[in-house]
Design a protein around this ligand. Structure first.
Ligand code: MSP
Length: 474
């Protein structure tokens, strides 16, 4: 394995506040990044996050609020940074696609693709969905609407556009994906992409004549069009590695983490652009599923958006992290019942982890227990599960340990024991709790640190409760 790991998250549209859905990918990326920092060392991991700021959707939202796009964005974008900080996302770089450094990299890259002969002028005629910021075929329409945005009208356009020769790259990309040279996972998503490529890939329009709020086409002297927001937004992943010299070595990305909705862009379109610009290709693209809440898509218009702040106010930072990441097996779609969050918080965190640490610390303090101050290494199996995106299974292993420790306390009735016998069991329990603390580091960083500190020895004292009980009615 290289001694570096570069993991990316989608740059989210900065047209509305971050919510639990967007937090999902970002949190998963943070957990993976934290794991690799332990494995490879702090300086050898790069986690990028950011916002997607060009295109028609942003321009229209700004206009509806009587603001210039840049003014609107400068007001909104800090809410993303704040949300990620609140969730304890330890990102290395926050990229905005309006950053002049990104604009330059994106322009240079597209110019190169043009110089290499992979772009030609043509006419685009067809539908466009502003909600998705994508061209949409007649076949994809459901009752004349985009299936992802049934409340919005699709527009019909006929424009002079520039096209990328996607069809030319399709056979090569198919080979790269099928052979696993570019690893697309989970398997069923890889299959979807492979099948879609086999159905035929058309050249791709990469410019928009009717959109001003975007990066000008570098080679087009008439300056009539801008780059289609998706092609330049993808380039953010590369731009970040050019921000300063010590980031150059992180290219190519080791892992693009995305939702299943944007896998096509991150495979066929992104790989074509990179091949056309003679750049190295990413090692892996992982697409996770979507979750709905109480059977509904998370959406502002349905009024069921949960912001990270709401979640953190109720469950604390680590409570929020735990509930979000354990809500569904990572690759799958899942419907979440709001009330399940409360139940899970109480059973797993208050009565599970919190109660175990409080009980053992209290018994250890009473008998003046002395333990060595050895530090543990992460349980191998937990790391293996985490690395393969099986967050739920990694957490299950940790919670098995918690349950076993609880069982030991109850079976031995430790509170009734005396002298050496009691101390022996407590030493064992402290060892288990330390291991739990170490294993939890990527998932619940604050609580893990508290546990590790509290049980580091040589003396163990009672501490604050890790998780507060939920107050009724909140
Ligand atoms: N701007 C593009 C991405 C460009 S990347 C070069 C975009 N932005 S988005 O704001 O719409 O974010 C989409 C991503 O948000 C999904 O791919 C997924 O990572 C995340 N999610 C949004 N809602 C979600 C759920 N309800 N469930 C899980 N993930 C969700 O697309």
């Amino acid at each position: 394995m290289d001694n570096k790991f570069y993991i990316t998250t989608p740059v989210y549209y900065a047209n509305s506040q971050p919510h639990i859905g967007t937090s999902y990918t970002t949190l998963a990326a943070d957990i993976i990044a934290r794991y690799y920092r332990i494995e490879l060392g702090e300086d050898n991991v790069l986690l990028q996050v950011g916002t997607d700021e060009h295109g028609q959707k942003i321009a229209e939202t700004a206009k509806s609020q009587n603001k210039e796009p840049k003014e609107f964005l400068d007001e909104l974008v800090p809410s993303f940074k704040k949300a990620w900080k609140m969730l304890n996302i330890d990102f290395d770089v926050f990229v905005r696609t309006t950053d002049p450094r990104h604009i330059k990299t994106a322009s240079d890259l597209l110019q190169k693709v043009y110089d290499n002969g992979y772009i030609y002028k043509g006419v685009y005629e067809g539908f466009y969905c502003v909600g998705c910021e994508k061209y949409i075929t007649k076949k994809e329409l459901v009752a004349d609407k985009c299936p992802s945005h049934p409340n919005k009208k699709v527009s019909y356009q006929k424009e002079d556009n520039y096209f990328l020769k996607l069809s030319e790259f399709a056979p090569k990309i198919l080979g790269l994906i099928e052979s696993g040279e570019v690893n697309i996972s989970p398997k069923h998503r890889k299959k979807e992409i492979v099948n879609r490529i086999k159905e035929g890939v058309e050249d791709l329009s990469i410019s928009r004549e009717s959109v001003d709020w975007g990066i000008p086409i570098p080679w087009d002297m008439e300056k009539k069009s801008t780059l289609w927001v998706w092609v330049e937004a993808l380039i953010n992943y590369y731009s970040v590695t050019k921000f300063d010299a010590d980031k150059n070595r992180f290219w190519p990305a080791d892992l693009h983490l995305v939702g299943k909705d944007i896998l096509w862009f991150h495979t066929v379109i992104w790989l074509s652009l990179l091949l056309a610009a003679d750049l190295d290709l990413p090692k892996q693209v992982f697409a996770h599923g979507f979750f709905t809440i109480d059977g509904q898509k998370i959406s502002k218009s349905l009024g069921n958006v949960i912001t990270p702040k709401e979640f953190i106010d109720k469950y604390g930072v680590d409570g929020a992290r735990y509930l979000i990441i354990s809500a569904a097996p990572f690759g799958d779609d899942r419907d979440i019942k709001r009330e399940d969050f409360d139940k899970k918080y109480t059973s797993d965190l208050v009565n599970g982890l919190g109660n175990l640490t409080a009980r053992v610390a209290s018994m250890a303090e009473k008998v003046n227990l002395e333990v060595d101050s050895k530090r543990n290494e992460m349980t191998k199996e937990v790391g293996v599960k985490l690395k393969s995106f099986e967050f739920n299974n990694a957490l299950n292993l940790i919670w098995d340990r918690i349950r076993k420790a609880d069982k030991l306390i109850n079976e031995k009735e430790v509170w009734k024991l005396e002298g050496e016998e009691k101390k022996d069991v407590l030493v064992k329990l402290v060892g288990e709790i330390r291991q739990i603390g170490v294993d939890l580091k990527p998932f619940l960083p604050e609580s893990a640190e508290k546990i590790i500190k509290q049980f580091a020895g040589p003396k163990i004292v009672r501490g604050e409760n890790l998780f507060e009980r939920l107050k009724p009615g909140v």
